[in-house]
Design a protein. Structure first.
Length: 173
C-alpha cells in the first residue's frame, strides 16, 4: 500500500500491479471544491484501489472524505458537514466506450497521455455529493419550521364535486 496519493496515474498499469493508495490531498489543491463551499475545513482523506473485475475491465475504487463548511439556506448561518463518497470508475477514451460501460461503473476519462486525473476525479465526486440546498437539522437551525409557513391556505368550500354527475347516473335505473 502506498501512502502518497498520485495526482494523475496510468490506471491500466496500476490495475496490473493491483496498487492501493491511502493518503490525503491538501485542501489548498482542491480549488473547485473551495469555490463550491463556504470553506474546506480538512484535507481530503482518500483511498484508491486499482484492479480488474470479472469482465476484465480496469476498475478504480475511490473512497474519500472531507469536512466542509456550508451556509444553511434557511437561516443563512454556517454549519459543518462531513462529505463521504464511494464509487467505482473504469477508464475510457471515447463516448463509444462510455456507452459500452456497465451502469455500475462511472467513466473516468483518460487524458492524451493515457492517464486519469485522480484529484479532479475525487473532487468531482465530492462536488456532486454536496447538497443542492444545504440546511441544518431543524433542531439545530435558528429558523424554526413554524416560521417557514406563512399565509393562510384558503378552504375550497362550495365547490361542486366534478364526479357528482357520475354518481347520479350510477343511481338511475
Amino acid at each position: 500500500m502506498q501512502n502518497r496519493l498520485p495526482l494523475t496515474i496510468d490506471p491500466i498499469k496500476a490495475a496490473q500491479k493491483r496498487l492501493d493508495y491511502t493518503g490525503v490531498y491538501l485542501a489548498k489543491n482542491a480549488g473547485r471544491l473551495s469555490e463550491s463551499v463556504e470553506y474546506v475545513n480538512s484535507d481530503i482523506h482518500c483511498s484508491l484501489s486499482f484492479g480488474y473485475d470479472e469482465r476484465k475491465l480496469c476498475v478504480i475504487a475511490v473512497d474519500a472524505e472531507v469536512e466542509v463548511t456550508l451556509i444553511c439556506q434557511r437561516c443563512q448561518q454556517p454549519f459543518v458537514s462531513r462529505i463521504h463518497v464511494e464509487n467505482k470508475f473504469s477508464p475510457v477514451k471515447s463516448d463509444a466506450q462510455i456507452e459500452a460501460l456497465p451502469e455500475y461503473y462511472e467513466p473516468a476519462m483518460l487524458n492524451e497521455f493515457g492517464e486519469v486525473d485522480i484529484l479532479a476525479l475525487v473532487e468531482d465526486e465530492i462536488i456532486l455529493s454536496l447538497p443542492i440546498a444545504p440546511v441544518h437539522d431543524s433542531k439545530h437551525c435558528e429558523v424554526s419550521e413554524a416560521e417557514l409557513v406563512f399565509g393562510e391556505i384558503p378552504t375550497e368550500e362550495g365547490k361542486p364535486n366534478p364526479f357528482a354527475i357520475l354518481a347520479s347516473l350510477k343511481n338511475k335505473p
